[in-house]
Write a protein that binds this ligand. Structure first.
Ligand code: TRP
Length: 440
């Protein structure tokens, strides 16, 4: 049977942008910015994304298109041996990340519905509301199941009819919702203080920790380090399409989505005198509080959580596809069996995460089960994966890498890119890993 592929360039771009733009952009990026001092963090983040982020994405696309295989298969075909570990870690990361990602995806569904049923009201304490919800085991598991079922359904339908068609509708919708929300946010009285916090850098706020947070966030946000972009790149049919251009477009779309999300959140938060550094609770606790003070707040809230849900869904699809593509290519499973079987196992693995937020006490190493999985995947699987991918492309297959990226661009481009893969990215990533373990 012929391997599936994207219908066209546009479909691939939107699907890859759909993977990249997710909870990482709309939920994580603003709260990290808020907690790390605002504009200075944004500046460092941009610097990292444009150099290391872009380069590793291009590396993944090159491996994917050259082999037309999933993450594990691609490394096996190109070199085998210990390099396969990079592929295996990717598949494992797909399992682990999706299991807790889907739990948070479920929260967004709950919050769309709750916008109309009393959550958005000045008499509701949004902190209690959130804590009560996440401590309600049956409810969090139910919404996790709904979110996972939608994800499985899309992947079940295949690369073209499922993933590509879904992203072609949802990605434009996402940007449209984002624009509507930005217009509302920046026209609120008092919005200016938020914009100032967001855009006026105070470089004294930058510490080693800030840089580490920005590096980790860049990988997570661009869907790098676990073969996700290898898998999506493997469905590109045309050898003529420019991969550097694709990587540039997707990096740009992802970065704009994160940057624009800040224009929704900070003006809104500052206009109503809330705290920008509230951490992970910024979205689920602070924003409902702020929406309750806004005229038409229920509708704005529903629209915001719809945005978050759509973003999460197109990313969740890509996480499941990494594992499903492996099962189809290497284990010769039919797609429907892979989607349902693997999706089902990931759902089960997500149940302890769903319950770990207050329903039952599930703390390991001082972290809730969900936070533990988040920590392991971000600090170990993605970073080590990104390090290996980058070294692999730079040192093991530089000729293939050059062939896949020959474009009309300036001559120096390939050289700079390869040296980022060979040295700059690995060294930087190595530092994140040490930092993740608190070694400096
Ligand atoms: N990039 C997505 C986000 O920002 C999450 C995601 C999807 C991801 N696929 C990935 C992260 C692969 C790392 C690797 O929310």
């Amino acid at each position: 049977m012929e391997r599936e592929s994207w219908g066209g360039k546009m479909g691939f771009w939107l699907a890859a942008a759909g993977s990249a733009i997710g909870l990482g952009n709309i939920w994580r990026f603003p709260y990290l910015t808020g907690a790390n001092g605002g504009a200075a963090f944004v500046f460092i983040y941009l610097l990292i994304v444009l150099t290391i982020g872009f380069s590793v994405m291009l590396a993944e696309f090159a491996i994917g298109r050259h082999t037309n295989l999933n993450a594990v298969g691609a490394f096996q075909k190109l070199k085998g041996g210990p390099w396969q570990i990079a592929g295996w870690m990717g598949v494992l990361a797909g399992f682990v990340i999706l299991s807790f990602y889907s739990v948070i995806g479920g929260w967004t569904i709950k919050y769309i519905l709750s916008s109309f049923t009393g959550m958005i009201s000045t008499s509701t304490n949004s902190t209690d509301y959130f804590l009560n919800f996440i401590a309600n085991g049956p409810q969090t598991v139910l919404y996790h199941a709904i979110f996972m079922a939608i994800t499985i359904f899309v992947v079940y339908r295949g690369v073209g009819k499922g993933i590509e068609d879904t992203c072609k509708i949802l990605m434009p919708a996402l940007f449209a919702i984002l624009v509507i929300l930005i217009i509302r946010a920046v026209t609120l009285p008092g919005a200016l203080a938020g914009i100032d916090f967001y855009l006026n850098p105070d470089f004294s706020k930058i510490t080693g920790k800030t840089i580490l947070a920005a590096l980790g966030q860049a990988f997570f946000s661009l869907s790098l380090g676990m073969g996700c972009m290898i898998t999506y790149g493997s469905y590109i049919k045309s050898k003529k399409d420019s991969l550097p251009k694709a990587a540039a477009i997707i990096t740009l779309l992802d970065t704009s989505a994160a940057f624009l999300a800040g224009f929704v959140i900070f003006p809104t938060v500052f206009a109503f005198g809330a705290e920008p550094g509230a951490g992970p609770g910024l979205t689920f606790i602070t924003l409902p509080k702020v929406f309750a003070l806004m005229p038409g707040g229920q509708v704005w809230s529903a629209l915001f959580f719809l945005l978050l849900c759509v973003a999460a869904l197109t990313s969740a699809i890509s996480l499941l596809e990494v594992v499903v593509a492996y099962a189809i290519d290497n284990l010769k499973w039919p797609r429907h069996k892979a989607a349902i079987g693997i999706g089902g196992v990931i759902f089960l693995l997500g149940v302890p995460s769903a319950l770990s937020q207050g329903a039952v006490s599930l703390n390991i190493l001082g972290m809730s089960f969900l936070d533990l999985l988040d920590f392991i995947s971000n600090n170990i699987l993605l970073t080590v994966g990104g390090l290996l991918i980058s070294l692999f492309v730079g040192w093991v297959i530089p000729d293939i890498a050059k062939k896949e990226t020959t474009s009309h661009g300036p001559f120096a481009f390939q050289t700079i890119w390869l040296w980022i893969c060979r040295v700059v990215a690995p060294v930087a990533i190595f530092i994140i890993i040490l930092g993740g373990f608190g070694l400096f």
